[in-house]
Each structure stands twice: as structure tokens, then as C-alpha cells.
Write a protein that binds this ligand. Structure first.
Ligand code: ADP
Ligand code: MG
Length: 317
């Protein structure tokens, strides 16, 4: 069996993008990086636990992709450009085949976003993956959850609800076939963080959050942070063709409002930015789904959402 240091040498050295600002990476006691003057660092950490954040037996490539994607999404929501990652990996055994798959999934996404793997820790135990991701924004330029103002438009990227439908398909709880099945599965297995969108929203969005726990639950967090309410119209929700083909009309809305794991961005902006946002090409379609209001409640089609519309995933709820 390979030892810890052999594993680190083989699987974790030189992974991800080559970056000039990485002075010392894997192999020393700490990583040394040199951020540009005037940059503020943005740091995020997310943990994935086997059987909680992905199904037991989930393909190692997807575990590697998702572990980085969820962190990229947090940086996207801050308007940051990702740069350096640390990987905390706990595995039940040094399974080389699994590790190769995991690293391939992690690495492909890291390179696409210019992220270098600069360090981490490898331990034995129940499968758990923690990634710390650091990136940069110009000082004062970070997007925040707080800042939404009554009268702002409420926007969402992509087609929320797909990933939750994909998970149900994976679990055999929802039936789908052909292209719809592939498309929805991919949305759960390999989410695409909206990094370019986050950067483009600097100076435009008044508040921003990424969708991980369900649109309504995450909208409630954005509203609470800003001391505002929101109204949204279910007919404006952008629904994918795949979702529409596998779920009845009421269920589609429920997937879009309550489903988790979308990793899209939900943000607010002054109505004066409508034309600019409609024309914005950041690799994903944007849709205006409602507006920010005075007060503190969220209304869907003029009424408080029903309990089955969900309040977002809560590990201790
Ligand atoms: P230490 O004994 O100082 O904690 P380790 O033996 O844990 O160091 O790690 C040796 C080197 O390998 C360090 O540079 C560490 O950052 C890196 N490393 C360990 N595990 C990982 C991993 N899963 N991903 C990336 N780098 C790792
Ligand atoms: Mg260590």
C-alpha cells in the first residue's frame, strides 16, 4: 500500500493551473502566495461528506469536481477571481483508482478557472472532502449578501431546480430518459460555478448570494442580510426544457423554488441596469424574477410561500 507521502507526491503535486503568484506550493509546511497590491483576499471553505452532500458510491470524478465547484460558487457570489486552493481529504483507504478519478475531476475544473492546488492534508477516516479556496477582488469591490434596496430588481442566473431533479433521478425517485435525463444528471454531478458572472456583477449588483440550499431559502438569507423583503412571480422562473419534460407544472415550480445544489447566482440590481444585464454575456442566461420590497417577508405570486415550497436545506434543522 502506498504511504501518505507517496500518495501526496503522486496525486496532489503540481495540480491545477500554474500561477506566477504561487511562490511555494505542495511539499513545504505552508504555501506561499503573492497577491497583487490593492487586492482584497476572499476566502471560502466548504466540506462535502459522503452520503450527505453526494450519494454513497458517487463517481470519484464528480466528487472532485463538486468539491471545487461549490467553493468556486462561493467566490463567484463575492465577485472574486479564484486563485489558490487547499484540499483537506479524508479517505477510508488509499484507493489509487478512486484518487486518480477524484484528482482528474478536481484538476479539470481547477485549470478552467486558473486555480492552483497549493497544499492540503490527507488523513484516513470516513470519506470527507474540504476545500479552502482563496481569490481576489479589488479592495472595496466584493459583492455582499447585504445591500439590496427596496425597488431593486431580483435576478437569477441559469435554470434553478435542475440539480435537485438530477439528484432525484440519481436516487431513482424521479423518472427521466434520454437527453433530459443526461442534462439534469449533469447539473447535479458537475455544477458550473458562475465565476465570470460574479466578476461582471461588480459595481452592478447591490447584493448577491449563490444558490446552494434552494432559491427561497437563499433569497430569505439575502433579504435578512439587507433588512428587506422580496416579491417574486413564479411565471418568471426560468425552467429548463429538461425539468419541464420530467415534472408536472406545480412540481417544476417547487423544484425551482426549493431544490438545492443549483450553484447559480441570485442577485439584486437597480432597474437602471436592466438593459446592461439583459445583454450581458457571462456564459449563462439571466432572468429578472421579481423585486426587492420594504419589510422582511418573501411573497411568491402575492402570497407567503406554502410550507412545501421549502425554507432551504439546514443540516441541523
Ligand atoms: P505537515 O506534516 O507539515 O502537516 P503533510 O505531511 O501533511 O505536512 O503534507 C506535506 C505537504 O503535502 C504539504 O505541503 C501539504 O500542504 C501537502 N498536502 C498534503 N495533503 C494534500 C492534499 N490532499 N492536497 C494538496 N496538498 C496536500
Ligand atoms: Mg499536515
Amino acid at each position: 500500500m502506498p504511504g501518505e507521502f507517496e500518495l501526496i507526491g503522486r496525486h496532489f503535486t503540481g495540480r491545477g493551473a500554474r500561477r506566477e503568484d504561487v511562490l511555494t506550493a505542495v511539499g513545504d509546511d505552508g504555501a506561499v502566495v503573492a497577491p497583487l497590491p490593492g487586492a482584497a483576499l476572499v476566502l471560502a471553505l466548504d466540506t462535502l461528506v459522503d452520503g450527505v452532500h453526494f450519494p454513497v458510491g458517487f463517481d470519484a470524478r464528480f466528487v472532485g469536481h463538486r468539491a471545487l465547484a461549490v467553493n468556486l460558487s462561493d467566490l463567484a457570489a463575492m465577485g472574486a477571481e479564484p486563485a489558490w486552493a487547499l484540499l483537506g481529504l479524508t479517505i477510508p483507504s488509499p484507493d489509487e483508482h478512486w484518487l486518480a478519478g477524484f484528482c482528474a475531476g478536481f484538476e479539470a475544473l481547477a485549470r478552467r478557472h486558473g486555480v492552483a492546488l497549493v497544499g492540503g492534508d490527507t488523513t484516513r477516516g470516513p470519506l470527507t472532502v474540504t476545500v479552502t479556496l482563496a481569490g481576489a477582488v479589488p479592495e472595496g469591490g466584493a459583492l455582499r449578501r447585504e445591500g439590496a434596496r427596496p425597488g431593486d430588481d431580483l435576478w437569477v442566473s441559469g435554470t434553478p431546480g435542475d440539480a435537485a431533479a438530477g439528484l432525484q433521478i440519481l436516487q431513482g425517485r424521479l423518472y427521466a430518459q434520454g437527453r433530459a435525463r443526461e442534462a439534469l444528471l449533469a447539473r447535479f454531478q458537475s455544477p458550473q460555478a458562475r465565476v465570470a458572472l460574479g466578476v461582471a456583477l461588480r459595481g452592478i449588483a447591490t447584493a448577491c448570494i449563490d444558490l446552494s440550499d434552494g432559491l427561497l431559502g437563499d433569497l430569505a438569507k439575502l433579504c435578512a442580510a439587507g433588512g428587506v423583503g422580496a416579491e417574486l412571480a413564479s411565471r418568471e422562473l426560468p425552467l429548463s426544457a429538461g425539468l419541464c419534460s420530467v415534472a408536472a407544472p406545480a412540481d417544476r415550480i417547487r423544484f425551482a423554488l426549493a431544490g438545492g445544489d443549483d450553484y447559480e447566482l441570485l442577485f439584486t440590481a437597480d432597474p437602471s441596469h436592466r438593459a446592461k444585464l439583459t445583454a450581458l454575456d457571462a456564459g449563462v442566461v439571466l432572468r429578472r424574477i421579481g423585486m426587492v420590497t420594504e419589510g422582511d417577508g418573501v411573497l411568491v405570486d402575492g402570497a407567503p410561500p406554502g410550507r412545501d415550497a421549502g425554507h432551504g436545506f439546514d443540516h441541523f434543522g
